[in-house]
Design a protein around this ligand. Structure first.
Ligand SMILES: Cc1ncc(COP(=O)(O)O)c(C=O)c1O
Length: 472
């Protein structure tokens, strides 16, 4: 891959965080902000721009960007090809409501998606955000099956709408703490997890199919399989800490879907378009045969907001649903998304994502043997996590340790994904991040973990108390 200028520049932090200029900006703007937007404890810096794969703050500090707009900026600096395609579409179409007015920009993207969509997926529904795509998929599943129930997995995240905060649980412990909406129609089983089991004590490795034993139990004790419309699952658990189910899990889940006529919906909002080292994360396994597949985040290629629901003829050809939104598939967003897919097809991007996975595991896995608080180290393409525990034997979560590591890492100029109350620390860099910058970051994380381990913070008795502590 040709490296753009600044691609190999390393980060440098030269002030305490927040620096004086960032703090002055916070002081001015905070009276006008709300909730988490006015909370600068997690990211104590005010971004003023980007340079290569670095975030620059108001004090001139630079940080290697391992958030990449939560995965929505998959190529780091906006690739000229994506920008040119978007500019051309703006000039040609301006704003257009694609769900009502047929237009060639949307058609070009639909044809490309139909060409690359795996398995039986042939149809494309326009959307604008991941949350709306999931909401729409739930409606499709219910309409196509005339059944009410959706099976979801604990720890998943599908967005902040009323319905989707009920269908997910990853943020019960922090962002949406105490404000989750409870609605009917969702049946939740634990996400397949080989390190931490909902049914057993201590650290794994566990057989992650045991969650399907539990589902079998629910099918006898609580729900009738004929009432289930479908299964909503992230192929790799993102917000819940980067878990990739086993092939055996997918085989058995697929068999259950076939047996009971359940639709399989893959929420690939976070995992699509190269994030996991394949165009779609499901391609890391054999034989997954979805009825619906959801795109968001990296699908936008760092351009305008866009999301999509891919589906089979059986689910989508004769639908009476109208899921339109004013901003779904606006022409410039379509042109950017199309250019992004073409960039991946041109080669180098998926290979780089797999190289980042290799580097992460190579640098951080040895810490499992060295630091008792490092419970597990996981990576699937360019999404990676370190899970922290209080002690190896019990594998009790260590959110205070995670939060301290995040700040020790930030001081070293590495900006990853951390949340209060979570005990895994994540990286989600641009798929194209230069391996030398990524390796430097992984080494900085290892150093920060060793530093925190010398004097570990006190862990509280509950996740809720850990969140409260971190907010002080
Ligand atoms: C798996 C998954 N689904 C859905 C969403 C919601 O997407 P959005 O924030 O674009 O509404 C997210 C966002 O993080 C996600 O990770």
């Amino acid at each position: 891959m040709s490296a753009p200028s600044h691609a190999t520049e390393l980060p440098r932090v030269q002030t305490p965080l927040p620096g004086p200029r960032s703090q002055a900006l916070f002081d001015r703007i905070d009276p006008h902000l709300t909730g988490s937007n006015a909370d600068h404890g997690i990211y104590p810096l005010a971004e003023t721009g980007k340079r290569g794969y670095l975030i620059v703050d108001a004090d001139g500090n630079t940080f290697a960007d391992h958030m990449s707009a939560w995965g929505a900026s998959p190529f780091g600096p906006t690739p000229p090809r994506v920008k040119q395609a978007m500019d051309a579409a703006w000039n040609q179409h301006g704003m257009q409501i694609s769900g009502w007015l047929p237009n060639t920009a949307a058609f070009a993207l639909v044809e490309k998606l139909a060409g690359i969509a795996p398995g039986r997926l042939t149809r494309v529904e326009y959307s604008v955000s991941g949350t709306l795509a999931v909401e729409g998929a739930v409606k499709f599943m219910r309409e196509a099956s005339c059944r009410p129930l959706i099976i979801t997995f604990g720890g998943q995240y599908h967005g902040e709408s009323t319905y989707m905060t009920a269908g997910a649980s990853s943020d019960l412990s922090n962002v949406s703490s105490g404000r989750t909406q409870y609605v009917s129609g969702m049946v939740m089983v634990p996400y397949p997890n080989r390190f931490r089991s909902a049914f057993r004590r201590g650290p794994g490795p566990f057989d992650d199919c045991e969650v399907l034993d539990y589902l079998d139990y629910l099918l006898v004790q609580q729900i009738h399989p004929g009432q289930v419309a479908g299964v909503l699952i992230e192929p790799v658990l993102g917000e819940g800490g980067i878990h990739a189910p086993s092939q055996a899990f997918w085989d058995r889940l697929g068999a259950l879907c076939k047996r009971w006529g359940w639709l399989l919906c893959l929420d690939e909002v976070q995992t699509c378009m190269g994030r996991c080292g394949e165009m779609f994360a499901m391609q890391r396994w054999q034989g997954i045969d979805p009825d619906l597949l959801l795109l968001g985040k990296a699908f936008a290629a760092g351009g305008q907001p866009i999301a999509a629901i891919l589906g089979t003829d059986a689910v989508m050809a004769k639908t009476e649903l109208h899921l339109g939104s004013t901003y779904g598939f606006v022409p410039a967003a379509c042109a950017g998304a199309l250019a992004g897919i073409e960039l991946i097809e041109a080669g180098g991007v998926l290979e780089n994502a797999r190289e980042l996975e290799r580097i992460f595991l190579e640098v951080l896995t040895p810490l499992k043997a060295e630091v008792p608080q490092v419970g597990d180290v996981r990576a699937v393409g360019a999404m990676a996590a370190v899970e922290f525990v209080q002690d190896r034997a019990s594998s009790t979560p260590a959110p205070a340790f995670q939060y301290a590591v995040h700040h020790a890492v930030l001081r070293r100029g590495v900006l990853g994904i951390s949340q209060r109350g979570k005990w895994h620390y994540r990286l989600q860099p641009a798929l194209t991040m230069h391996p030398s910058v990524f390796r430097h970051s992984c080494e900085a994380i290892a150093e920060a973990i060793r530093e925190v381990a010398k004097s570990p913070p006190v862990e509280r008795g509950s996740i809720q108390e850990a969140v409260a502590d971190a907010q002080r």
